[in-house]
Design a protein around this ligand. Structure first.
Ligand code: DHB
Length: 519
């Protein structure tokens, strides 16, 4: 910092905030070396400069979370690289809408995972089991589960590809101050990620990387936040929140958005869930209450009709009657086809013998929606999946009532965010808390793509989801893709065949897409 730097920053157009506190200190890095195993399995030795725990707001509520790490590759496999103008991989590690801190990281991707073998904490993916491992925060919402089960870290892959990697922390829903007030619930996480982007853009030319080529990434809740960051770029709706924490006065738009299994469109997710998985049994063998399920499902029909979204690939306007057909033709058949085509003849024959619901004509896999649902098997969540009728009493299970907690406020840990669940719980004349409608707009990328078309949104979208992921409805990411596509944006959306929650099976392709898309 210092007065001279402050004055200079204030004088630069589009420079740091007037407080001057947010000037990036170029010299405050250490130099580290790591070995990264890329998506193809090849090892790369990378020397990089590492800036750690850089507070990105002038008035932090909790610096442990409101700070970011930056990694700049200097040599890759012994060759000097100049990445000062490279694309920026902006990789959040949020899982479960829980707090995410990078302040204790020892290197890129959390550090200490050298060969890219296992994620820190030993979990295959924090986002696959957020209750178990994401509370500690730093790690691995940004780790990628490849098809063979090997886990790689997207930040490490990005670094080895010669990109600048920025890993932002963000507040999350469980944070509570000494007065018992929740200070990390909606919209804290998105406000923090926006503040982190603003910090980078305010320090254009001082921070490494091209601040006009920011690629946001995240998985699950982190995927939802990444999609939201992309959709809501430069929206004035967040201004008061950003001002309150002393965010830099700069653009928070990102150039491109990567979102893996986004748990988003939360206020419509209960209905979508029942439309998709309503008749599937739970892992206990029990069936969700079918009266509840059918009621919620009818909400999906109404919601989907209101969206007026056309499907990709020339498919007509999506509705509750044709969406199964749309998912099959656009995503699930091609997904199974890619999977089967990549197998040896013998392995394919074995798979097909075991999964007779699939018809393979020698080139292409087809099957019915009913066959597919039976194949996926147990639904992960009971009905309703998100806005619970009654709030959890066992607070040791942080994932139960997760979204009720995300919409908590003040000293209230859990709040309803749909009228349906609220009235089921509190009676037919109950009203949603007055701030809930605004919080929903602040948290939903669909609002910024459909209800109000946001000109500051990113124009490039990479969206991925496992076909067997029943953490939310398969329609959620498809609607996100359709909404962006309808606006003329560049959309790549695929489903990974038979993959569950947190999968990232084509991380290498994503890394290439970044280079191609950055231009
Ligand atoms: C995540 C998973 C969920 O099922 C959910 O409801 C919210 C978040 C996650 O993995 O981040």
């Amino acid at each position: 910092g210092g007065i001279a730097l402050t004055a200079r920053a204030e004088n630069e157009k589009g420079g740091a905030t007037a407080s001057g506190a947010l000037v990036f200190d170029k010299d405050a890095s250490t130099t580290l070396t790591t070995t990264v195993t890329d998506a193809a399995g090849d090892e790369h030795e990378v020397t990089y400069r590492f800036w750690k725990a850089v507070t990105y707001v002038a008035k932090p509520v909790d610096e442990k979370y409101q700070s970011l790490n930056i990694s700049l590759p200097v040599t890759i496999d012994g060759k000097a690289v100049d990445a000062t103008g490279a694309p920026i991989l902006f990789a959040n590690s949020v899982g479960g809408y829980l707090p995410a801190s990078v302040a204790e990281a020892t290197g890129v991707g959390g550090g200490g995972m050298g060969g890219g073998g296992t994620a820190p904490g030993g979990a295959p993916s924090a986002s696959a089991a957020p209750s178990a491992s994401a509370t500690s925060g730093t790690e691995s919402g940004s780790s990628a589960q490849l098809a063979g089960g090997r886990t790689v870290s997207l930040p490490q892959l990005g670094l080895a590809a010669g990109y600048v990697v920025v890993e932002p922390g963000a507040r999350g829903r469980t944070l509570k101050n000494s007065a018992g007030e929740y200070y990390g619930t909606a919209p804290a996480a998105i406000v923090d990620l926006k503040a982190a982007v603003r910090y980078l853009r305010a320090n254009k030319g001082r921070v490494p990387g091209d601040t006009d080529r920011i690629f946001s990434t995240g998985t699950s809740a982190g995927g939802a936040l990444s999609a939201l960051l992309g959709a809501s770029g430069d929206s004035p709706l967040y201004d008061a929140y950003l001002k309150e924490i002393g965010a830099a006065d700069a653009s928070d738009a990102v150039f491109a958005t990567g979102a893996w299994c986004p748990i988003t469109d939360l206020e419509h997710a209960d209905g979508a869930y029942e439309w998709n998985w309503g008749t599937n049994k739970l892992s206990t063998g029990a069936q969700a209450d079918q009266t509840v399920s059918r009621e919620l499902k009818s909400q999906f029909a109404e919601y989907q009709a209101g969206l007026k979204l056309r499907g990709l690939g020339g498919f007509g306007t999506l509705n509750a009657r044709n969406y199964d057909d749309y998912l099959l033709k656009t995503y699930l058949w091609p997904s199974a086809t890619r999977y089967l085509a990549a197998l040896s003849d013998a392995d394919r024959a074995t798979y097909l013998a075991k999964h007779a619901f699939i018809t393979w004509d020698g080139e292409k896999a087809t099957f019915t929606w009913a066959g597919f649902l039976t194949h996926v098997g147990a639904r992960k969540k009971d009905a309703p999946a998100f806005d619970l009728f009654t709030f959890p009493t066992d607070s040791s299970d942080t994932m139960s009532g997760d979204i009720n907690n995300e919409f908590g406020a003040g000293t209230e840990q859990y709040r309803h965010f749909t009228l349906h669940s609220l009235r089921e719980d509190k009676g037919s004349s109950a009203r949603l808390a007055s701030d809930i409608p605004e919080k929903l707009r602040l948290m939903n990328p669909m609002y910024h793509l459909v209800d109000r078309v946001n000109p500051g949104r990113s124009r490039h979208w990479w969206i991925r989801l496992g076909s067997a992921d029943s953490d939310t409805s398969l329609t959620v990411s498809a609607n996100l893709a359709a909404a962006a596509h309808q606006l003329g944006d560049d959309v790549s959306h695929r489903y990974y065949w038979d993959a569950g929650h947190g999968a990232n099976e084509d991380a290498g392709d994503f890394i290439e897409w970044v280079a191609k898309t950055a231009g």
